[in-house]
Design a binder for this molecule. Structure first.
Ligand code: FES
Length: 257
């Protein structure tokens, strides 16, 4: 169920260059699944009034808390980063359709591939896959070491490999460079990140079942404004999809890359 809720800030922490981790508490946590997102109103008092879509990195239903990780680069997200413990943030969510955890059977191996600010939703996904008895391999791509985060958390869940464009952490290059080096064996892949990465991944493993989460510019977040429309491949029944309400996760082969 989608709700709009005034949530309480439990923790706000900078975890890498311009990257913040924000933990909020409230009832809408109870309905969250991995790969969904929330639409956050960054300020009640001044522009920008638009909400910002932010993915869900960690869910704790017992404490009614969830954590999101975001990059503070625009005016809105920079303002969001000024919120402190005890303050209130207006959140709409959970939104969209998340990753199908059940696509990987217990005993199977899942390859989780993330790029930049597409990495956070893979953390909650990996937790839930591991809880189901699925082994996870993580391949995470970043620009450089100073924007990497959650290394310990991913390593605690499964084998974890890094690629950085400038070579300051892990393999120098892209996630595909890691595939060449490590040659991971797996049954299903899940991914979230920029389009060139998703395109490369889809081309790299054409015979594997896979699910891709898209990062699109959004307006309403609930399927009403068409700001997030993407063309589909010719095999798909509809000509276009809305990333916010039909996605953000789609089986591979649905969205034209
Ligand atoms: Fe408005 Fe998707 S953001 S339809």
């Amino acid at each position: 169920m989608i709700r709009q809720e005034k949530m309480t800030v439990i923790l706000q922490k900078q975890i890498a260059t311009n990257i913040f981790e924000l933990t909020l508490q409230g009832q809408l946590v109870q309905d969250m699944t991995p790969g969904q997102f929330v639409h956050v109103k960054v300020s009640d008092t001044f522009e920008p009034l638009l909400r910002r879509p932010i993915s869900i990195a960690n869910v704790d239903k017992e404490k009614n808390e969830f954590t999101m990780i975001y990059r503070a680069e625009g005016r809105g997200t920079k303002f969001l980063a000024t919120n402190r413990e005890g303050q209130i943030v207006d959140v709409l969510g959970p939104l969209g359709n998340g990753f199908p955890v059940e696509a990987a059977e217990p005993g199977q191996t899942a390859l989780l591939v993330g790029g930049g600010i597409g990495v956070p939703p893979l953390h909650e996904l990996s937790k839930q896959l591991n809880a189901r008895g699925v082994k996870t391999i993580h391949v995470l791509g970043f620009q450089s070491e100073d924007v990497c985060f959650y290394e310990e958390q991913f390593k605690a869940l499964g084998d974890t490999y890094y690629a950085t464009v400038d070579g300051t952490k892990g393999t120098k290059g892209f996630v595909t460079t890691v595939f060449d080096e490590v040659k991971p064996e797996f049954d299903v892949f899940y991914s979230c990140g920029p389009l060139p990465m998703l395109r490369a991944l889809e081309g790299y493993y054409p015979d594997k079942e896979g699910y891709l989460s898209f990062e699109e510019r959004m307006g309403c977040g609930i399927g009403a404004c068409f700001a997030c429309v993407c063309d589909t491949t010719e095999n798909y029944v509809k000509d276009y999809v809305k990333v916010c309400s039909d996605g953000p996760v789609f089986p591979k082969g649905v969205v034209a890359l």
